[in-house]
Write a protein of this length. Structure first.
Length: 319
């Protein structure tokens, strides 16, 4: 999975993780009072692990991280880590608006047992390229923990310049991967070209799992993994086993689910409802987010019906 290296910043031993495979940025099940339902989360963790995933990313955007307290974030990492029992990797989202906040949350995540930190670029105020690079360098210098740079333009308002990623990768061995949710294959290709094998590139969009692998990427961290973990894993395995036709078939289906649940409907509510339709209690979104309307719920049911109907068919789902 990786080599042991000495951190050039601190001289301490750092595990050079090389994230590969399919990772689930887990939903956080809340009851109608807004309380976390840990018993329901335990059932979901088992479901995702049985699907063959490589790991879980706690406190990410799909987990409603902006609505979690600092204490809740630590407890969630500890709970998932304990439930996983070493069967998968456990990462955690730790990005915040300022450098010091991100350092604080990243240290928390390490103390709670997370094996790597998924860190968004700073948001609210839009930093320039130099500020973005220095942000990651400062954070990595301050923590002996592998870091995954998270490029998510729809939440931050901008996409990271590939040259910024390359600069951080050149200066910091602690940067081990990038999750790219831009949906731009050119952006992914340029990062891979500039960084080579210094970091692993992971898709953050279900639409880009197969394209990312074909460009030289190593896997994905995708929201639809909450709903169709085994199918995402089969896509990955098919490509790795030299079967692009089967991989392509899975990609078409994953893209359809992503189109409806992530692009067309309110993402958090739609994913939670789809998970609940599979027989799990995924809870409801935390306010101010709301549950789906009856019409939207019907759209989710229809999308999942078509997904399973055509899963093993060579026919494409109509758009």
């Amino acid at each position: 999975m990786g080599d042991d290296v000495l951190s050039p910043q601190t001289g301490s031993l750092l595990i050079k993780l090389k994230p590969e495979g399919i990772y689930v940025p887990n939903i956080t099940p809340f009851n109608k009072k807004g309380e976390i339902m840990y018993d329901k989360l335990a059932e979901l963790v088992e479901h995702w692990i049985k699907g063959g995933i490589s790991g879980i990313v706690a406190n990410a955007s799909t987990g409603e991280a902006p609505y979690l307290s600092r204490d809740e974030k630590m407890k969630l990492i500890e709970f998932i880590k304990k439930q996983a029992k070493g069967r998968i990797q456990v990462f955690a989202g730790t990005g915040a608006m300022s450098t010091w906040q991100t350092i604080e949350l990243t240290k928390d995540a390490k103390d709670a047992g997370a094996e790597a930190a998924l860190i968004t670029t700073p948001f609210f105020f839009k930093p320039n390229d130099e500020e973005i690079a220095q942000y990651f360098i400062d954070v990595i210098n301050a923590v002996d923990m592998p870091v995954i740079l998270y490029n998510v333009p729809k939440f931050t308002g901008y996409s990271v310049n590939p040259k910024v990623v390359a600069k951080v990768a050149d200066e910091c061995s602690g940067l081990v991967a990038m999750k790219d949710s831009s949906g731009n294959p050119g952006n992914m290709a340029e990062v891979i070209r500039l960084c080579g094998d210094k970091i692993n590139c992971l898709s953050g969009s279900a639409d880009m799992i197969l394209p990312t692998l074909m460009l030289g990427g190593k896997g994905a961290i995708v929201a639809v993994g909450n709903i169709i973990p085994s199918e995402c894993v089969e896509l990955y395995k098919a490509y790795k086993n030299g079967d692009p036709v089967t991989a392509g078939n899975y990609q078409h289906k994953a893209s359809y689910v992503n189109k409806v649940l992530v692009r067309e409907l309110p993402q958090i509510a739609a994913i939670k409802y789809a998970v609940s339709e599979k027989g799990f209690d995924a809870g409801v979104p935390r306010k101010p987010l709301t549950e789906l309307t009856a019409e939207a719920k019907a759209a989710v049911r229809e999308a999942m019906k078509l997904f399973y109907l055509f899963l093993y068919s060579s026919n494409l789902i109509d758009s």
